[in-house]
Design a protein around this ligand. Sequence first.
Ligand code: ADP
Ligand code: ADP
Ligand code: ZN
Length: 217
Amino acid sequence: MRLILLGPPGAGKGTQAKMLSDYFGIPHISTGDILRAAVKEGTLLGVKAKEYMEKGLLVPDDLIMEIVKERLEKPDCEKGFVMDGFPRNLYQAEGLKKILEEKNIKLDAVINFDVPKEELIERFTGRRVCPSCGASYHIKYNPPLKENICDKCGSELIIRADDNRSTVEKRIEVYEKETMPLIEYYKNEGILISIDGTKSIDEVFKKLIGLLRGEIQ
Ligand code: ADP
Ligand code: ADP
Ligand code: ZN
């Protein structure tokens, strides 16, 4: 199963990607998580990416393409993958197409999460993330069992540095300008599935599994 999750920031891509990754036993590839880890470790990639991420801008394409290319070489990707946060513009989509063609593999589906802007803001305001394993929680919609502690690994949860009002607005603007054209792009490729992302986390997941099963068989 090779999937791409598309949608505005805060739409629930990371949350569903983790669930799909467990369900299908395929790796979850989040360029955002990879970049945040690099920033935390202070690697050259992290140093370069940080200023863009803080401003809510896209990190330069050449850096991103290198990350993805390298990640797709790892043996766990032979089973498939669920990508979240990549591609984010037409250039990256074309780059991915080339990589997949070279490997002689195809995407099964691109899932587009539909969530209106007003609801995104509420999701950001309540988002808490695990700095160790990348799990994403919401103080109201998806609280951890123990307040502010990650269910999966026990780390203390944090608010993402770029989840502040002004950066969030910039990220949504960048999404509309750069990423939204990918909906049309993948519709033309005949592999786009749009889903209503305003439903509960479990409802969205159930719907996704149903659609994917129908799509693949
Ligand atoms: P969200 O889940 O809120 O959409 P991400 O974790 O995917 O956020 O991304 C956080 C930041 O990392 C983005 O605002 C951007 O600066 C950078 N980033 C992540 N993925 C990409 C990508 N594919 N291309 C360019 N920049 C990216
Ligand atoms: P993305 O990766 O698209 O930026 P996340 O998966 O991190 O989005 O979700 C953003 C926030 O919204 C998180 O706090 C998450 O717990 C919450 N969330 C995710 N899906 C839903 C949903 N279907 N209903 C309500 N809240 C959700
Ligand atoms: Zn954790």
